[in-house]
Design a protein around this ligand. Structure first.
Ligand SMILES: [Zn+2]
Length: 380
């Protein structure tokens, strides 16, 4: 058996214990104090092995963390950025309803897959390299963002700055499916808000004087939904609508929030133009469109493909046949890949149910994932 894998396997109980501590330290994006407690936990753990800094989340969010590790070996290959997030989508108190538990060969709990297990794997991977005195030819910088689940507005500049100084980015988000496929492409994500302003009137007394914003919005929703082009991997989802006040009033105002996803960055400007060019069918209504793309797509570049092949080779040494995947979901890897930095995503937990009540990871994939990260760091 691979020496790193056997070392990790022997310490699997400690990894599970760390995942438990992390899951039981709740950290929803909208609770900066809770996220800071989680960041503190990570900072304390890495302090003996790294130079740790925290960075302001701009008041609305917890602090972002960076840790530059002192790993064995001469540093001659530049820097690797390991990227993750400390926040989860689960509100404070979720633990009472879905406590951490170990059953059916899985670990369960809020944030266990997205992405506390990925963070635990990484921290253990680094620890193993340290303990076994394995030479790591590149500097290793970990960055944990506190606002990833809500768009990464405050962390994006730090992510981009650190990515620009790195030759590769390893993203500790969960793998795809129960096979734990790595992610070599992600769609770009954005949203538009369409607001229609019409004219209110009494639906019985003065029907024709009214210009219904609800009716107009309905027409616009059908129009934008037709912008979807599945062949190009482009989707438009009117996910939220609201409008009107009472059924007997011709509605004065209505709005929709529409999610967009693109596979290729070059498709975004044309799509944005189509949204901005929306014209009312009822000329008495006015349409206002705001928003746009907020995460560029992670396009599978030759650099990404080559990083994946390296991971595949390492995987074979561990007896794992790694596959790659494309996902419609975004991560902070979208930003780093868009800068042209080879980015490999999905290195974290293997399981299912991210953002859902069945969130869980497979226990028998803890060791190979941790070893994969360790060996990747040692070989890049
Ligand atoms: Zn995530």
């Amino acid at each position: 058996m691979d020496s790193i894998l056997s070392h990790v396997t022997a310490r699997q109980g400690e990894i599970v214990a760390l995942i438990r501590r992390m899951v039981e330290c709740e950290s929803p994006s909208d609770s900066p104090a809770a996220v800071d407690r989680f960041v503190e936990l990570v900072a304390d753990m890495v302090a003996p092995m790294a130079a740790v800094k925290t960075h302001s989340g701009g008041g609305r969010f917890g602090r972002h963390l960076t840790a530059e590790f002192h790993l064995p070996g001469k540093k001659k290959n530049g820097q690797i950025l390991a990227l993750g997030h400390s926040d989860t989508v689960w509100p404070m108190g979720t633990l009472a309803l879905m406590p951490f538990r170990e059953s059916d060969a899985r670990l369960w709990g809020p944030g266990v897959l997205d992405m506390k297990s990925g963070l635990a794997f990484f921290l253990f991977a680094v620890r193993v390299l340290y303990d076994l005195d394995t030479p790591v030819p590149s500097r290793v910088l970990l960055q944990l963002n506190s606002d990833e689940e809500v768009g990464s507005e405050s962390s994006r500049p730090l992510t981009e700055k650190n990515a620009q100084r790195s030759k590769a980015v390893l993203v500790l988000e969960p793998g795809t499916g129960l096979e734990g496929k790595l992610k070599t492409a992600r769609k770009g994500v954005g949203d538009f808000t369409i607001t229609v302003r019409g004219r209110a009137s009494h639906a019985g007394v003065d029907f024709t004087a009214g210009a219904s914003a609800v009716l107009e919005l309905a027409r616009q929703i059908v129009r934008v939904a037709e912008f979807t082009n599945l062949r190009r991997g482009l989707t438009v989802n009117p996910g939220v609508i609201q409008g009107g006040t009472r059924s007997n009033v011709v509605a004065a105002e209505a709005s929709a929030v529409v999610d967009i996803r693109v596979l290729r960055l070059k498709d975004a400007p044309a799509l944005e133009r189509k949204f901005r060019a929306l014209k009312p069918v009822d000329k008495r209504c006015r349409i206002e469109v705001t928003g746009g793309l907020n995460r560029p797509p992670m396009e599978r570049s030759p650099g990404i493909a080559s990083l994946f092949r390296t991971a595949q080779k390492v995987g074979r040494e561990l007896g794992v046949d790694l596959e790659e995947s494309l996902t419609g979901g975004g991560s902070d890897g979208n930003f780093t890949a868009a800068l042209g930095i080879p980015t490999l995503d999905g290195l974290g937990g293997v399981g299912e149910g991210a953002h859902a009540v069945n969130e869980s990871i497979l226990i028998d994939r803890i060791a190979d994932r941790t070893a994969l990260i360790a060996k990747l760091l040692a070989s890049l």
